[in-house]
Design a protein around this ligand. Structure first.
Ligand SMILES: [Zn+2]
Ligand SMILES: [Zn+2]
Length: 461
């Protein structure tokens, strides 16, 4: 079974997240986006875990579903009040218990700060894990708790709570909070998790890196490569995601995350990515000095800022090049089919899609902000016709997109932009030092022939 999954998200109990992050709103937005399997996020938070237990019912082993009653109540009251898009595609969203944990601790004379995605096989396991962590940290203050323990010991506690549990190092390249981060981490996954490293079978690329960047390290060959949104509000779900081919159960997910080639019950099939240049830490730079440099340019200046003279905040690109033992091509095309055999180098290479979120794309084409009413109206019309956002961005044939009637944005123009995006023909200003990069669609709108009748009737919608 093909399942679109987003495993790393947050609830409203994490710091700096949207109050709209409730279980039924996540369910609704997963349907809008086209997600089949959603991580609950924040499963170590006592209130959130209780809330989840109250509205989810078991589906397959270790997977859950929102009760019909809760879903219908939300759809008929809150979703109407908030004017949320009404996805037409019949989709029932499965949930799996996940959370993110930050470990901060000294090792080898340096402070290490590493974020981990944890996935648990059910409520009893999550409850046990919560009880264990509750003895060493205050779990109620943040849905993503910070623990003063070694990453290896966190993994050991997770496995003690239930040995089927899964740990995936989160957004492994971000400079300040990740396992391979320049300012926070280690030079290898093995160094971080020590004798338990063999229990880690997958890595998360994060928004600032894409699969080809990770293929440049032979040390990462044995890991399955996955992507998740790390969403802090419901409308950001699925901005990165993973398509699995798997049996719909915790066993299927565990097999898929057990290593590069997966296992008998499942494996990674494809991933959905940001353009990595859009990530907040792609290049080296200084936000305040307006400086953004490629690894080569920064190396020429010994990593020092040409404006203030202080060390630049290192970007993900520089760090990947530091650890890479193969040439890196961040624009490398998808690997040819058939995929390399398990055990061979490259066994974790999978096709990937570089996408720009639909609201951002519409904002650019319409010359307004992605959060405006105009974009919301166009977004809703398109989701209702295409079935979901990801179906529109990835699957709907370009000719069909061209014939869509969409208020504020002629279908022909949208089709042009989506075609360019699917082929990777975009221009990019790389992000750095906490500032997002920008992807632009460089096509001449005047060259596009628009069916005025269809467009004007859509305007009246
Ligand atoms: Zn994180
Ligand atoms: Zn500076």
């Amino acid at each position: 079974m093909r399942l679109m999954a987003d495993l790393h998200i947050h609830s409203r109990f994490s710091i700096a997240t949207s109050p709209k992050l409730t279980v039924p709103s996540l369910d609704r937005w997963a349907r809008i986006k086209g997600i089949d399997l959603l991580g609950t996020g924040d499963c170590t938070h006592p209130k959130w875990l209780n809330e989840l237990a109250g509205v989810l019912e078991p589906e397959e082993d270790g997977f859950f579903r929102l009760t019909k009653q809760t879903q219908e109540a939300f759809d008929s009251i809150q979703a109407l009040a908030d004017d949320l898009p009404d996805p037409t595609a019949e989709r029932s969203v499965r949930f799996v218990l996940t959370g993110e944990i930050s470990t901060v601790y000294p090792r080898g004379g340096r402070t290490r700060k590493v974020h981990h995605l944890v996935i648990l096989p059910g409520f009893p396991a999550a409850k046990r894990f919560q009880t264990m962590l509750g003895k060493i940290a205050n779990l109620s203050s943040d849905g993503r708790p910070t623990l003063r323990i070694d990453s290896r010991d966190l993994l050991s506690m997770l496995l003690a709570a239930d040995e089927r549990s899964i740990l995936v190092p989160a957004h492994i390249w971000t400079p300040w909070f990740s396992v391979l981060g320049a300012r926070s981490g280690f030079d290898s996954i093995e160094e971080c998790y020590g004798d338990l490293a063999s229990r880690v079978g997958a890595i998360e690329t994060g928004l600032s890196s894409n699969p080809p960047m990770n293929w440049a390290l032979s040390a990462l060959d044995r890991f399955a490569i996955i992507s998740n949104s790390d969403a802090h509000s419901p409308d950001k779900l699925g901005r990165e995601a993973t398509i699995f081919t798997m049996e719909p159960s915790f066993t299927g997910l565990a097999d898929s995350l057990s290593g590069a080639a997966g296992g008998p019950a499942g494996s990674v099939a494809e991933t959905i990515e940001f353009f990595p240049q859009e990530g907040k830490y792609h290049y080296d730079g200084h936000r305040a000095c307006g400086v953004s440099l490629s690894p080569a340019e920064s190396a020429d200046l010994q990593g020092l800022c040409p404006v203030c003279g202080k060390p630049l905040t290192p970007g993900v690109m520089r760090r990947v090049l530091e650890l890479a033992d193969r040439p890196m091509d961040e624009w490398a095309p998808c690997p040819p089919s058939p995929l390399p055999l398990p055990g061979l180098s490259g066994a974790n290479r999978r096709p990937y899609h570089s996408l720009v979120p639909l609201a951002e794309l519409l904002g650019q084409l319409m010359g307004v902000g992605p959060g405006t009413k105009k974009v919301a109206a166009a977004y809703a019309a398109l989701v209702e016709k295409a079935g979901s956002e990801l179906a529109l961005l990835m699957d709907l044939p370009i000719e069909k997109i061209g014939r869509l009637a969409c208020p504020g944005c002629p279908g022909e123009i949208l089709a042009g932009a989506i075609g360019l995006m699917r082929r990777g023909e975009v221009s990019v200003r790389p992000g750095c030092d906490g500032v997002y990069g920008e992807v632009k669609f460089t096509f001449d709108i005047k060259q596009v022939t628009i069916n005025q009748d269809r467009y004007l009737s859509a305007e009246k919608l």
